[in-house]
Design a protein around this ligand. Structure first.
Ligand SMILES: *[C@@H]1O[C@H](CO)[C@@H](O)[C@H](O)[C@H]1NC(C)=O
Ligand SMILES: *[C@@H]1O[C@H](CO)[C@@H](O)[C@H](O)[C@H]1NC(C)=O
Ligand SMILES: *[C@@H]1O[C@H](CO)[C@@H](O)[C@H](O)[C@H]1NC(C)=O
Ligand SMILES: *[C@@H]1O[C@H](CO)[C@@H](O)[C@H](O)[C@H]1NC(C)=O
Length: 404
């Protein structure tokens, strides 16, 4: 069934290096071209660096990514991080990534990633467990222990994914898995979720009736501007304090909008997450995952960029979405200032990781109001959408890949 992309591991590794060679090449050689004076030494240096990089990358991937290398990357990144300006980098040790947890954040592209993972798990023979509980992100202590026991019993290598706030395995003396995640611009996420809850997605009208059958019409058709400006609970704190708790954890204070939760979330990103990507640069997120977790993600770009998969992305947009007024956006932005502080922190870390690995960042300067809000008002285009994955998605994804 999967014969379309059952190329040998060596084959796909080569493709990966090629991909990097192209990007790397461009970056270096553009730099050399600037002075308009052809420097033979410079050219030689460029080619030598390129060779070393590609050779190293091939060696690394053929070895399945030894943990020392991951640790090395991590330590290297630690030398120039945001936190580092204030204190020593945390001495956390990165465990061997045969245990990976993706505690996916709602409406941040995870549906797309889960579909990719289902295809990859067959290709690379890792155990994928995708929880079908979508509405329970916080757990009692008993439930936490129960879930951690279940997770650690999954045959390794495994990737476990669920909409759940960060679980502190080491608190219960259980070996800590490696975490990964993806977030997106907080207001975009909020708006997307607002309309998704009401009107579903491309699957049509039936969809929302199944999803939110008890929703009354006056709630369903509530103007998002009214919701924001008149302080409806759905559009106020603590409900709009949404992304940070996923990274802060199960402590009750993690759900209280404030500096404590923000700082703890940042610290967790630094200490326990191998990668937190941003949806706005999803393709680069996949490139980095392929680099950092090759025995899970090798070949992911080939699938992602296949025409049939691309077409699927087009179908998952939330319907009837419009951007709130500038005034409402301003209010919402103020309400979500911690969320934005966290998002900017994650985005900077992500760009740093990209830089270390040799990918160019589309590094816009940090955006703040009012220029930011005007930009936001224009920025309505959706990347790939997310919601609870359905079995039919998997069937569709499989048949698309077989066709392609
Ligand atoms: C979660 O959803 C299930 C059905 O999908 C429902 O039975 C349950 O009550 C929900 N739990 C919460 C906390 O909303
Ligand atoms: C853990 O696994 C058991 C047995 O498979 C199951 O009954 C239980 O619901 C699981 N618990 C969680 C939190 O997933
Ligand atoms: C996790 O638990 C350990 C051990 O109790 C503790 O030292 C650490 O601060 C906790 N981390 C988080 C983020 O809760
Ligand atoms: C996505 O859908 C729109 C309209 O539904 C269409 O115009 C566009 O060409 C599609 N894009 C792709 C890449 O299929």
């Amino acid at each position: 069934m999967m014969k379309n992309f059952s190329g040998s591991p060596l084959h796909s590794n080569n493709q990966t290096s090629n991909h990097f060679r192209e990007r790397n090449n461009k970056q270096h050689c553009l730099l050399w071209a600037v002075p308009l004076r052809f420097s033979l030494r410079g050219y030689g240096f460029c080619m030598a660096t390129l060779f070393l990089f590609c050779f190293g990358s091939l060696f690394y991937q053929l070895n399945g990514g030894p943990p020392e290398i991951l640790l090395g990357i991590r330590q290297y990144l630690g030398k120039s991080t945001y936190l580092d300006d204030h204190r020593q980098p945390p001495p956390g040790v990165l465990p061997f990534p045969s245990q990976v947890v993706y505690n996916r954040v709602g409406k941040c592209g995870s549906r797309t990633v889960v579909i990719l993972l289902r295809l990859l798990s067959e290709k690379h023979q890792f155990t994928l467990v995708s929880s079908d509980i979508h509405n329970k992100t916080r757990l009692t202590t008993y439930e936490q222990v129960d879930l951690m026991k279940n997770i650690t019993n999954i045959p390794q290598p495994y990737l476990y994914t669920r909409h759940v706030h960060y679980l502190n395995f080491s608190r219960f003396r259980v070996e800590q898995p490696v975490y990964i995640n993806i977030i997106r611009d907080p207001i975009n996420r909020f708006v997307s979720n607002y309309f998704f809850r009401r009107f579903g997605d491309w699957r049509g009208e039936q969809n929302h009736l199944i999803r939110t059958p008890s929703m009354k019409d006056d709630e369903r058709y509530l103007d998002i501007n009214v919701c924001i400006l008149e302080n409806y609970p759905e559009c106020s704190n603590p409900r709009v304090f949404y992304i940070i708790p996923y990274f802060c954890g199960q402590h009750p204070q993690c759900r209280e909008p404030g500096v404590w939760a923000l700082e703890r979330a940042k610290q967790n990103v630094m200490e326990n997450y191998l990668l937190v990507g941003i949806l706005e640069e999803l393709e680069d997120v996949l490139v980095l995952l392929e680099r950092l977790l090759p025995h899970y993600f090798t070949g992911v770009l080939d699938i992602f960029k296949s025409p049939h998969f691309m077409k699927m992305g087009n179908m998952t947009g939330t319907v009837r979405k419009h951007t709130p007024t500038l005034e409402a956006l301003q209010v919402l932005y103020h309400r979500m200032r911690y969320e934005y502080e966290f998002y900017d922190f994650v985005r900077n870390q992500f760009h740093l990781t990209k830089k270390k690995i040799g990918l160019k960042s589309i590094s816009k300067p940090p955006a703040y109001p009012p220029a930011f809000l005007q930009e936001l008002a224009r920025r309505t285009q959706e990347p790939l959408e997310e919601d609870e994955e359905l079995d039919s998605d998997l069937e569709n994804a499989n048949s698309w890949l077989v066709q392609s």
